[in-house]
Design a protein around this ligand. Structure first.
Ligand code: NAP
Length: 294
């Protein structure tokens, strides 16, 4: 068998076009221009790259980018004051504080200070709790992205056996809850799980977010399963050439899975567009409008 490739780039492009159309409709009909405040503290190279691509994506769909770049020596009180000012500013409909933060700043204190209605990363405990209790919530972008990719293969997840490998607050935990809310039968695996290959072999939908290069082997995968590989790992080959790989051994999985996301080109491109979806949702909710059709 050769698995169908779940083309994250193509699905992301279509979603981006819908977000752009809905954003223009919101501005034209209601005079609302969603504004995403992205706060970067310090000069971490990877964070700078992420922030730049987020700002480009924001502009592309007709939203307003509001970028704040603070020095690495910024204190916690100063950052809290900025978040409070953004919370109070009606032109700011979404707030994102790029992680990691410098060591003098407690990330939990900062994330918990963001107005939950503007929390487009979905990391605030109120949004996590709302997701857990089935209430409307801002859900972290990567799980939203994964669900959209799974639904391109399975329009309904009801009754499917899903395995979530990884239980971080950013990906694994919220994604397992998203799958449960879609009526999948969900198992969550982590570093204490015994017989991980056996759990994988039962999964009709296998989602992996562990940060271990090519860890999941082909013979762990149930034939025909849908595999969502969230991992982003940089590896260097024998010739010294570096490349990005996922948490799943892609070459092996291709022969067994029914459908699989490539890395790069799978979950990654969808994540940024799902951040824009959240920004649009937040803007509509703040204006008392129904959720956008994206
Ligand atoms: P994380 O916070 O480090 O969490 C990793 C999780 O995986 C933990 O729950 C850990 O279990 C579990 N784990 C680690 N090794 C394992 C193993 N050998 N067997 C079973 N479980 C194992 O990572 P994260 O933030 O969720 O990110 C995971 C990966 O996704 C990374 O490669 C990251 O770069 C990538 N990522 C991609 C996107 C995207 O847009 N594509 C977005 C976010 C993250 P314990 O809880 O027991 O320690």
């Amino acid at each position: 068998m050769s698995a169908k490739l779940i083309d994250g780039k193509a699905i992301a492009a279509a979603l981006r076009a819908s977000v752009k159309a809905e954003t223009h409709r919101l501005t034209a009909t209601h005079g609302i221009e969603p504004g995403l405040a992205v706060v970067l503290v310090g000069d971490d190279a990877a964070s700078k790259t992420y922030v730049a691509s987020k700002s480009r994506a924001v502009v592309e769909v007709g939203m307003r980018p509001l970028d704040y770049h603070l020095p690495a020596a910024t204190g916690e009180a100063e950052l809290l004051a900025l978040v409070q000012a953004l919370n109070a500013d009606p032109a700011v409909t979404g707030i994102l504080v790029q992680l990691p933060l410098p060591p003098q700043i407690d990330p939990a204190r900062i994330l918990n200070s963001i107005d939950p209605n503007k929390d487009v990363d979905g990391f605030h405990p109120l949004n996590a709790g709302r997701l857990m209790t089935g209430l409307p919530a801002l859900v972290p972008a990567t799980p939203v992205a994964c669900l959209k990719l799974i639904k391109s293969v399975h329009p309904s997840l009801a009754g499917l056996n899903a395995l979530m490998v990884g239980r971080s607050h950013i990906v694994g935990n919220p994604l397992s809850q998203v799958l449960l809310n879609e009526n999948a039968t969900v198992t969550i695996a982590h570093t204490h799980t015994r017989n991980l290959p056996d759990h994988c072999r039962r999964a009709e939908v296998l989602c992996v977010a562990i940060g271990c290069a090519e860890f999941i082997r082909g013979d762990w995968i149930k034939p025909g399963a849908t595999v969502i590989d969230v991992g982003i790992n940089r590896v260097t080959d024998a010739a010294g050439k570096s490349r990005i790989v996922g948490d799943v051994n892609f070459a092996e999985a291709l022969d067994v899975a029914g459908a699989i996301t490539p890395v790069p080109g799978g979950v990654g491109p969808m994540t940024i567009v799902c951040l824009l979806v959240n920004t649009l949702r937040a803007a509509c909710a703040q204006a008392g409008l129904p959720p956008p059709a994206v």
